[in-house]
Design a protein around this ligand. Structure first.
Ligand SMILES: *[C@@H]1O[C@H](CO)[C@@H](O)[C@H](O)[C@H]1NC(C)=O
Ligand SMILES: *[C@@H]1O[C@H](CO)[C@@H](O)[C@H](O)[C@H]1NC(C)=O
Ligand SMILES: *[C@@H]1O[C@H](CO)[C@@H](O)[C@H](O)[C@H]1NC(C)=O
Ligand SMILES: *[C@@H]1O[C@H](CO)[C@@H](O)[C@H](O)[C@H]1NC(C)=O
Ligand SMILES: *[C@@H]1O[C@H](CO)[C@@H](O)[C@H](O)[C@H]1NC(C)=O
Ligand SMILES: *[C@@H]1O[C@H](CO)[C@@H](O)[C@H](O)[C@H]1NC(C)=O
Ligand SMILES: *[C@@H]1O[C@H](CO)[C@@H](O)[C@H](O)[C@H]1NC(C)=O
Ligand SMILES: *[C@@H]1O[C@H](CO)[C@@H](O)[C@H](O)[C@H]1NC(C)=O
Ligand SMILES: *[C@@H]1O[C@H](CO)[C@@H](O)[C@H](O)[C@H]1NC(C)=O
Length: 803
């Protein structure tokens, strides 16, 4: 998915192949956390959540900022103001900002010690951060506000611990500044979320303990419906002085009997507040926040059981250990050259493990003994690289996610294509959970997975029209079955071309499962349907490169003929400029709403390459390997392809199918590090829950997965040696580069050995990860003959290898 608000696209086109400076070896003792920068992607539209979270944790806490173009993940590394600290987020999303419910906000005191002088509304309380005070690492986030208040954050699975340090010594007499700000901290909670979607809610504040509890009904950020969320906030470190509730930016008067009003069904903005006497020690107040989708009681219980003693160091250590455990399967030899890109590598892994989020035990929608994961945001983005990377690094979590997807089908009747906050998200193309399931099925994901039901789920996608194809399944199945393509709707654009090629690939993935699960008739049917992409291939379609003003004035015909085109229902051709929806023509017009074109977030030029099931036939169709290589190179060099959107990932490596694996390595280096690097702006588009991060990490490992197939395309790695231990088998797989060159001149594989034996295929299966072994790649500075023969090429349906 890609955010409409993104700008400065043309700036990132035509970037020359970067040659990195040779690095000195870094000889600090090796700590992977040194190479994880959670702040990468927190400007330039990356929308990364950089706060404290456990791997796949539900609690995700960070300071929320108020730049609406950048705060999708809460925090942005810009000069915007901070409006609060909230406890749940999504990372990298392109739609509206997500979650950010019930922010708390601390103040040192209220002027003249008068509660009405404290700042309650979001606009009033917003304050800039102090420069260079932001610090993030796995499980931890900290920032200092211009008011001098420093907040440190750590988390457990469903709870957050904030350590809030006020900028004063504990002597109240000394504390008053000239204008008389007294030392009597106030911490408020605001019944809102980042997109301001609250429509119903309430808050209570206990006058004795200061405990704040409440709930709200909110809208999902890229989907339909609503969800309810509950919170429970406890404090430690200072005596409670006073409590209350506020509305429209002012504290509400108290009832005459002095109690804190218990208010429900608020009008917003509104919230609660607790005021304290000066903290007992270290000018610090701890705020512990439990969240739950079930009830206030559950929110309190989550916090009480997960963080019983408010011990910040202990909670942080547990979070650190959880991350260290996840990272422990990956090893890089210490003291090696080329460390500059380790930050890209490790941070990519880190960001791939932020979502989906484990909401097991927190699902109010149905009772089940199966796990429940949420924030599949969106599978259209994540099926290509995130889930394949998780299958390598964390097959146990991938297994739970697959089980959870199947359980969603069981209870809602369809697999999700996108899902967040317990709601169905918008479907962007085909039913790509089919790819996730097939990929998992082929790669030994099986513990506790009910594959019978999993198979029913994917067949349902292929056979039964969903009740509302905006949010599940595939629309237009009748046409799909009878005509073999999705026709153009004459009244509005429906992404008919991109849906057709995605449906075809989805059917291929189902066929692979059919065959192995003992349904040969289904297999035949779905392999056949997987060829439907051809029905929209218009062999005589030309394309004229638009000049910078669109099609007026001089324009060039690059000479490529034959593109996907839309068709009317009667079978006659419709027309969409093959360049449309690319950065060269109408790029930001092809989204879900409005006149979105027949190709979603990309051009017919690009979608013409989306035949991962049968690249051999595509190459033949496009005029043979040479012509295909010219065309694919042109896609990359002409400015047609935007690498910040996920459909661009696979075309980087498709040269393998034309016998030119060296060009895949070349184009991999064309984009990394120039577009994927360790800067704050170091990802080219929305991270989409880690899609960009997993892409760069997989590319750097040197084995790029063709999602939905048991195929990894072998490329020159960015690391001299990397080993991954499989958590299912305990076996270690190592990829070694001989002649590794950190200046990236040696980016062409000259020869390969697998466990000492010559290996000539330019791809390898998942068995490598399961069985372990050593893949040794000898690199050189020019393209070689390695992996170029017909028998070396990756499988294609038509060559019989894949079926
Ligand atoms: C607090 O400030 C408000 C608004 O300025 C004022 O009306 C009120 O009298 C003040 N309260 C006290 C106790 O001074
Ligand atoms: C978080 O939840 C997971 C899954 O239930 C569990 O394995 C893990 O131990 C929990 N982590 C912490 C730090 O509590
Ligand atoms: C607090 O500061 C004032 C002014 O400096 C001083 O007179 C007083 O003794 C201090 N109190 C304590 C408890 O240190
Ligand atoms: C003193 O308090 C006022 C009112 O809160 C604030 O605007 C000002 O910045 C503070 N001055 C110092 C030196 O902290
Ligand atoms: C205090 O007054 C409020 C408002 O009149 C009332 O709702 C509440 O029940 C009272 N509480 C007690 C403990 O008397
Ligand atoms: C789940 O089970 C509990 C206990 O039997 C019941 O109260 C609740 O209504 C059930 N929830 C749903 C969504 O069926
Ligand atoms: C179907 O989805 C659309 C959004 O495209 C939504 O407006 C509509 O309410 C949904 N219909 C039903 C029956 O849920
Ligand atoms: C097919 O349908 C399109 C759109 O309705 C129409 O413009 C065209 O004339 C039709 N072609 C034939 C051959 O009927
Ligand atoms: C890092 O990546 C960003 C985003 O793709 C790009 O704009 C920037 O130029 C890159 N920086 C370097 C130093 O290559």
């Amino acid at each position: 998915m890609y955010n409409l608000k993104q700008k400065s696209l043309l700036g990132l086109l035509l970037v020359p192949l970067a040659v990195a400076a040779v690095e000195e070896a870094r000889d600090t003792s090796f700590d992977k956390f040194v190479y994880i920068d959670p702040l990468i992607g927190t400007i330039n539209g990356g929308h990364v959540f950089p706060g404290a979270t456990l791997p796949f944790g539900m609690a995700k806490a960070v300071a929320d900022t108020n730049n609406p173009n950048e705060n999708q993940g809460g925090f942005a590394s810009d000069d915007s103001e901070i409006t609060g600290f909230s406890h749940m987020h999504d990372s990298g999303t392109g739609g509206a900002p997500s979650l950010g419910n019930f922010p708390i906000f601390p103040q040192t005191g209220c002027r003249d010690d008068n509660i009405t002088n404290c700042f309650f509304s979001e606009a009033d309380r917003a304050v800039k951060r102090k420069k260079d005070t932001t610090f993030a690492k796995p499980g931890y986030f900290a920032v200092t506000l211009e008011t001098g208040i420093r907040t440190q954050i750590t988390v457990s699975n469903h709870s957050v611990l904030y350590s809030i340090e006020f900028p004063y010594k504990a002597n109240t007499t000394e504390l008053k500044n000239q204008t008389g700000l007294p030392y009597s901290p106030l911490i408020l909670v605001d019944l809102t979320d980042l997109p301001d979607s609250i429509r119903d809610g309430g808050v209570q504040v206990d006058p004795k303990t200061g405990r704040q509890t409440g709930h709200g009904t909110f809208s999902p950020s890229f989907g339909m419906g609503s969800y309810q969320l509950y919170f429970c906030i406890d404090f430690k470190g200072a005596e409670v002085r006073d409590t209350g509730v506020w509305q429209y930016g002012k504290p509400l008067p108290k009832p005459a009997n002095g109690t804190t009003p218990k208010l429900e069904d608020w009008r917003f903005p509104a919230g609660g507040w607790t005021q304290f006497h000066p903290p007992a020690e270290n000018n610090q107040i701890l705020a512990r926040v439990g969240v739950s989708f079930i009830s206030i009681d559950k929110a309190c219980k989550n916090a009480e059981t997960e963080i019983p003693d408010f011990d910040f160091a202990k909670v942080q250590t547990a979070a650190t250990n959880a991350w260290r455990d996840k990272l422990s399967v990956v090893e890089i030899e210490e003291g090696q050259i080329g460390t500059r890109f380790w930050t890209v590598f490790w941070s990519g892994i880190y960001r791939s493990m932020i979502s989906p989020q484990d909401y097991t035990g927190e699902n109010p929608l149905w009772n089940s003994t199966e796990p429940y994961y949420d924030s599949y945001y969106c599978i259209w983005d994540s099926f290509r690289s995130i889930h394949p990377l998780l299958t390598i690094l964390d097959p146990e979590s991938q297994t739970l996610m697959v089980r959870s997807l199947i359980d969603i089908y069981r209870h809602e009747g369809k697999l999700p294509d996108c899902r967040m906050s317990l709601c169905q998200g918008w479907t962007q193309g085909g039913s790509n959970a089919d790819v996730v399931l097939a990929d998992a099925y082929l790669k030994n994901i099986k513990d506790g997975v009910d594959w019978e039901t999993g198979y029913k789920a994917v067949v349902s996608d292929a056979e039964e029209d969903p009740p509302n194809w905006s949010v599940a399944g595939r629309g237009g199945l009748e046409d799909w079955k009878t005509k073999g393509f999705i026709p153009k709707n004459e009244n509005y654009d429906t992404r008919s071309v991109s849906r057709t090629v995605e449906y075809a690939y989805n059917d291929f993935c189902i066929a692979e499962m059919s065959k192995r699960l003992g349904h040969p008739d289904d297999a035949e049917k779905y392999y056949k349907r997987s060829q439907n992409w051809m029905n929209l291939y218009k062999a005589d379609q030309t394309s004229i490169v638009p000049n910078s003003n669109g099609h007026e004035g001089t324009s060039v015909d690059p000479g490529f003929i034959g593109f996907l085109q839309p068709k009317h229902a009667n079978g006659s051709w419709a027309y969409q400029d093959p360049f449309r929806c690319s950065p060269l023509l109408g790029f930001t017009s092809c989204y879900l709403n409005g006149d979105g074109g027949e190709t979603y977030e990309g051009s017919a030029w690009m979608y013409t390459f989306y035949v991962p099931q049968d690249m051999a036939t595509l190459i033949k169709t496009l005029g043979g390997p040479e012509s295909f290589v010219d065309r694919l190179s042109y896609l990359h060099t002409s400015g047609l392809l935007y690498i910040g959107d996920e459909q661009a990932f696979l075309p980087v490596f498709q040269f393998h199918y034309a016998g030119r694996p060296g060009l895949s390595s070349y184009f991999s280096h064309f984009y990394i590090p120039s577009q994927f690097n360790e800067s704050l702006n170091g990802i080219p588009g929305n991270d989409d829950s880690g899609a960009m991060g997993s892409f760069s990490t997989l590319a750097m490992i040197g084995l790029y997965p063709v999602a939905g197939q048991n195929v990894y395309l072998i490329n020159a790695p960015y690391l001299p040696s990397v080993s991954i231990t499989n958590r299912q088998t305990g076996k270690k797989a190592t990829i070694k580069s001989i002649n590794f060159d950190p200046g990236f001149k040696n980016i062409y594989i000259q020869s390969a050995k697998l466990n000492g034996e010559e290996y000539t295929k330019n791809w390898i299966g998942h068995e490598f990860w399961l069985d372990g072994g050593v893949l040794e790649l000898t690199l050189g500075s020019t393209e070689s003959k390695w992996g170029t023969k017909p028998e070396d090429l990756p499988p294609s349906l038509s060559t019989g290898q894949g079926s």
